[in-house]
Ligand binder design. Structure first.
Ligand SMILES: C[S@@+](CC[C@H](N)C(=O)[O-])C[C@H]1O[C@@H](n2cnc3c(N)ncnc32)[C@H](O)[C@@H]1O
Length: 215
């Protein structure tokens, strides 16, 4: 039960998704078996459509894990992009490097090690798309630090913003998640009211927010 969409809708949508490349399906199996949270299949498909239509050349990702979403984004554009991705865990970086080396996109992805809040303030390059998929309690900080790095006309995509439905209703909130939920609510309010940006919250996966930076 995702609490975002009905189970039968989710099952149906997942059922009709096309097969992925073998190295991506291997990563999906690894993530399930080892409880690594990667983007849901319907979110991956949504990103594919977004990337194929928008064609962002320079992409920044916050939260690499095993490198799955980075490879989905490369695959969507057949390698016509450069991805910089930030991860703080050495074990994840090692796994990501192994999986990426089995893909055709070794030279497209650069992993930066460290706490995203620190790494983001050191980056000076500009990006067409920024994908935020790391510690949910820090989204506002990640977003604020990403704004200067995003080109006008660019997009910030933030994953898990509805957090199992808890962000939308107190009825679902688990006590130990209260602070994260509160922070995500502040984050969504902030991006919706932010001047110079137009945002939309989409109930796909665990909730995706799209924020467009006006030209
Ligand atoms: C949900 S997983 C990312 C999944 C990945 N985007 C995918 O779909 O394949 C979140 C990752 O972000 C990392 N992370 C969380 N907070 C972070 C931070 N403040 N700085 C750097 N990495 C962080 C975690 O270690 C974890 O590997």
């Amino acid at each position: 039960m995702s609490n975002i969409s009905e189970d039968y809708i989710l099952e149906y949508i997942r059922d009709i998704l096309p097969r992925r490349e073998e190295y991506l399906e291997e990563m999906e199996r690894y993530a399930i078996e080892n409880h690594v949270p990667i983007i849901e299949p319907e979110v991956a498909q949504f990103l594919r459509v977004l990337l194929k239509s928008k064609k962002p050349k320079d992409i920044l990702e916050v939260g690499t894990a095993i490198g799955y979403s980075a490879l989905v984004m490369c695959d969507a554009q057949k390698g016509d992009c450069r991805i910089t991705t930030i991860e703080r865990r050495d074990d994840m970086i090692k796994l990501a490097e192994e999986f990426i080396s089995k893909s055709p996109y070794k030279s497209n992805i650069n992993i930066l090690r460290g706490e995203a809040e620190d790494v983001l303030s050191e980056i000076t390059d500009k990006y067409d798309l920024i994908f935020i998929d790391a510690a949910k309690g820090q989204y506002l900080e990640f977003f604020s630090r990403s704004m200067n790095l995003l080109r006008p006309g660019g997009l910030i995509v933030s994953d898990n913003v509805l957090f199992k439905g808890m962000v939308a209703t107190d009825k679902l909130v688990i006590r130990r998640k209260k602070t994260i939920v509160k922070r995500l609510r502040s984050f969504l309010k902030y991006i919706n009211e932010l001047e110079g940006y137009t945002s939309s919250v989409i109930p796909v996966g665990d909730g995706l927010a799209l924020s467009y930076k006006e030209v």
